[in-house]
Write a protein that binds this ligand. Structure first.
Ligand SMILES: Cc1cc2nc3c(=O)[nH]c(=O)nc-3n(C[C@H](O)[C@H](O)[C@H](O)COP(=O)(O)OP(=O)(O)OC[C@H]3O[C@@H](n4cnc5c(N)ncnc54)[C@H](O)[C@@H]3O)c2cc1C
Length: 376
């Protein structure tokens, strides 16, 4: 895919005002775009940090811990407005208030929503600020909590619920965190979870929600005052129906510069990046930022944009803090750069996969990335 090298765009629309859309708006200005920039998002809130919702906010910190500084992009911001359709031939985006916006270049950044266990209700999910504030209020009454999903988000929710004083059971399809983090790091966090009092139930097949009860493959059923599911996400791309931009899973495949077509970039959780054997979404905060920086540059200046940086991810749960740079799950056995296998603070490296991790260990992200790449 190559960027259009014609005249510079004069009107750019950014659809979605999460971190990917906000970063793209700022990066377009920094890359020299001084035309008409419009940022459209369906949430009424000022910019906020989604990762903080399941960490600081749920863990009981100051309810403002998630706020982000206002952007300096000078875009016309349409908040509480949804994009409903795209006509790539006429180059127009339709809005739910009946208006339509013309564009010369477009950034798709409408992210993803929580996947649900059942269409029939009966479960809580955590994706946006409103979800987090409601869940925080509900946890204050110390209900019994059943979390379905042994991924990073499910474990963070369980950690927050335990911190709020709830009795918490977590149902995990396979060992918690292992598919994502590998056995070593998953083992450290699961030990911390058990020490905090988390009750873990492993299931060999995906759990179902049926009349308020979570049913497992072995025939058992589990219930609690509050069922929270954290079973993945679904790209928010229904509004792109008929454009040919989406793959079967709803993601938008892009090239290494974040372009889906000349003049149309897709960034953040909805974008599927080139990967060995096909395209893959990388639904991570820093990846959304990196993709937006690269794609904004490519939209304006073509393919001189820098390549995407090594993926970076972090989590806080059960009193432990973990930062990881490089591919996950890491391959092979880790080497200890600092600390040791006793489970305390450590700096680790997996040379085979080019992954490095800092466990309760202060290290700047660029240094962690260098360590992952084999540097000091
Ligand atoms: C609770 C939680 C914790 C997380 N923790 C971490 C973490 O610790 N580390 C990490 O790396 N990543 C974490 N993530 C993932 C990270 O937050 C996402 O990768 C990142 O927010 C993606 O940004 P985005 O802008 O692509 O999508 P989003 O943040 O989803 O933003 C998309 C925006 O577009 C809006 N939108 C959707 N459809 C429309 C429409 N039709 N019209 C207009 N607007 C629309 C949405 O409402 C939303 O505001 C976490 C995610 C969640 C939910």
């Amino acid at each position: 895919m190559t960027a259009a090298r014609g005249p510079l765009p004069r009107r750019i629309v950014v659809a979605g005002h999460g971190i990917a859309g906000l970063t793209a708006a700022g990066a377009l200005r920094e890359a020299g775009f001084d035309g008409e920039l419009t940022l459209v998002g369906d949430e009424p809130h000022a910019p906020y940090s989604r990762p903080a919702l399941s960490k600081a906010l749920l863990g009981g910190a100051d309810p403002g811990a998630h706020t982000l500084p206002p952007g300096e992009h000078g875009a016309r911001e349409l908040r509480g407005v949804r994009v409903t359709a795209l006509d790539p031939v006429r180059r127009r985006v339709a809005l739910d208030d009946g208006a339509s916006l013309p564009y010369d270049a477009l950034v798709l950044a409408t992210g993803a929503r929580a996947r649900r266990l059942s269409p029939g209700g009966g479960e809580w999910t955590l994706r946006g600020l409103d979800d987090a504030l409601a869940l925080r209020r509900a946890l204050a009454a110390r209900p019994s909590v059943l979390v379905v999903g042994g991924g990073v988000l499910g474990m963070e929710i369980a950690s927050g619920a335990l911190a709020a004083g709830c009795a918490v059971t977590l149902v995990s399809y396979g060992p918690p965190l292992r598919a994502r983090l590998g056995p070593h790091l998953a083992g450290v966090l699961v030990r911390a979870a058990r020490a905090w009092g988390l009750r873990l139930v492993e299931t060999a097949a995906r759990a179902r929600l049926d009349a308020g009860r979570v049913r497992l493959a072995d025939g058992t059923a589990h219930a609690a005052d509050l069922v929270v599911s954290a079973v993945g996400d679904v790209p928010h791309t229904e509004w792109l129906a008929g454009t040919g931009l989406t793959a079967d899973d709803g993601s938008v495949p892009v090239d290494a510069h974040g372009l889906a077509r000349p003049g149309i970039a897709a960034v953040g959780d909805l974008a599927a990046l080139p990967a060995p054997g096909g395209h893959r979404r990388v639904p991570l905060w820093n990846s959304a930022v990196d993709q937006a920086l690269t794609a904004a540059h490519a939209l304006l200046h073509g393919l001189s944009a820098p390549p995407l940086a090594r993926p970076y991810f972090w989590t806080e749960q059960f009193g432990r803090g973990l930062k990881v740079a490089g591919p996950l799950p890491p391959a092979g056995e880790p080497e200890y750069v600092a600390g040791g296998p006793g489970g305390g603070p450590a700096l680790l490296r997996w040379p085979r996969s080019g992954t490095a991790a800092a466990l309760d260990h202060r290290l700047a992200v660029p240094r962690l990335r260098r360590l992952a790449a084999g540097g000091a």
